[in-house]
Ligand binder design. Structure first.
Ligand code: ZN
Ligand code: ZN
Length: 258
C-alpha cells in the first residue's frame, strides 16, 4: 500500500493548527525513486519533515493552481531541498499558466540561472485537461476544474483503489467526470452552507456541495481539506445529509493507507 499524508488541511488563511492544504503520497511504486507532492503553500518543508519525508524522498511536484496558498512556497521549498542536501532531480508539473507563475517565482531569486549547477536538477513540465501521465510511478489523469483561475485536479491509480483530488473548485461536471467510481474523493470544503454566496463568488464549495459531489461520483470515502475555521462537527453534519459513505476530516499530519 501507499501512504497519503495530509501535510496541510487549511484554506487560504492558515490557522494555529491548520496550514495551507498540501498532500504527499509515498510508497505507491517500489520501483519509483520517490513520492509525489501536491501543492506547496505555507511552510511545506517543515510539514514534509514532520511526515518523515526527507529532501530526496520526492520525485514529482504537481501544482494545482497559482493561488498563493498552493504555490507560494515554491522558492523556499527548492532552497530548503538544496540546503537539505537533495541530489535527485525534481519534476514540476502544472497547467501552462501555473507553470509560468512557477518560473517567475523561482526567477525572482535567479534560481533558473543557477539551478543547473545546483545539487539537483529542476524541470518544468506542462499538463493539459484530460492528460494521462505518470507521477512518481503512479498512473494519473488530469482534469481542469471550475475555480477563479485555471486549476487542475488529479485522479491517481493507487494500490488500494483510485483516489481523486479536485483541489480548489466549485461544483462542476468535471468533478463527476474525473471522479466517477473513484474509491476516495478528496476535495476542498472551504465554507459551511451559510456561506454559499461567498463560495459562489470565490468559486469554492460548501460542505453540503462536497457531499453531493461525492455521492454523484459514487465514492466510498470523502476526505475534506482546504477547510475554513468552522467546527468539524458542523461541517460533518452538513456533508452527511448528502453522503452516506465514510467522511474524513483529517488534521494536519494525518496519514492514511491508500
Ligand atoms: Zn486555495
Ligand atoms: Zn484557489
Amino acid at each position: 500500500m501507499a501512504k497519503l499524508v495530509f501535510l496541510g488541511t487549511g484554506a487560504a488563511l492558515p490557522a494555529r493548527d491548520r496550514a495551507n492544504t498540501a498532500l504527499a503520497i509515498t510508497g505507491a511504486d517500489p520501483s519509483s525513486s520517490g513520492g509525489l507532492l501536491i501543492d506547496c503553500g505555507g511552510d511545506i518543508y517543515s510539514a514534509l519533515l514532520r511526515a518523515d519525508i526527507g529532501p530526496d524522498a520526492l520525485s514529482d511536484l504537481f501544482i494545482t493552481h497559482a493561488h498563493i496558498d498552493h504555490i507560494g512556497a515554491l522558492p523556499s521549498l527548492i532552497e530548503s531541498l538544496r540546503l537539505g542536501g537533495r541530489t535527485v532531480p525534481l519534476r514540476i508539473w502544472a497547467l501552462p499558466p501555473v507553470l509560468e507563475v512557477a518560473r517567475r517565482l523561482v526567477g525572482v531569486f535567479d534560481f533558473e540561472l543557477t539551478l543547473k549547477s545546483w545539487s539537483f536538477a529542476v524541470t518544468f513540465a506542462p499538463v493539459e485537461d484530460g492528460q494521462e501521465l505518470t507521477l512518481a510511478g503512479i498512473e494519473a489523469r488530469v482534469a481542469t476544474m471550475d475555480h477563479s483561475i485555471p486549476s487542475a485536479g488529479l485522479r491517481l491509480r493507487l494500490p488500494g483503489g483510485d483516489v481523486t483530488y479536485t483541489s480548489d473548485t466549485q461544483p462542476a461536471a468535471s468533478i463527476r467526470a474525473l471522479g466517477q467510481g473513484t474509491r476516495m474523493l478528496i476535495t476542498e470544503c472551504t465554507y459551511p452552507r451559510a456561506w454559499e454566496a461567498g463560495a459562489r463568488m470565490s468559486k469554492h464549495m460548501t460542505a453540503p456541495e462536497t457531499g453531493k459531489e461525492a455521492a454523484n461520483c459514487g465514492a466510498q470515502t470523502l476526505a475534506l481539506v482546504h477547510r475554513g475555521p468552522w467546527p468539524d462537527e458542523e461541517i460533518w453534519a452538513e456533508v452527511a445529509e448528502h453522503f452516506a459513505g465514510t467522511i474524513l476530516l483529517p488534521k494536519d499530519g494525518d496519514a492514511i493507507e491508500v
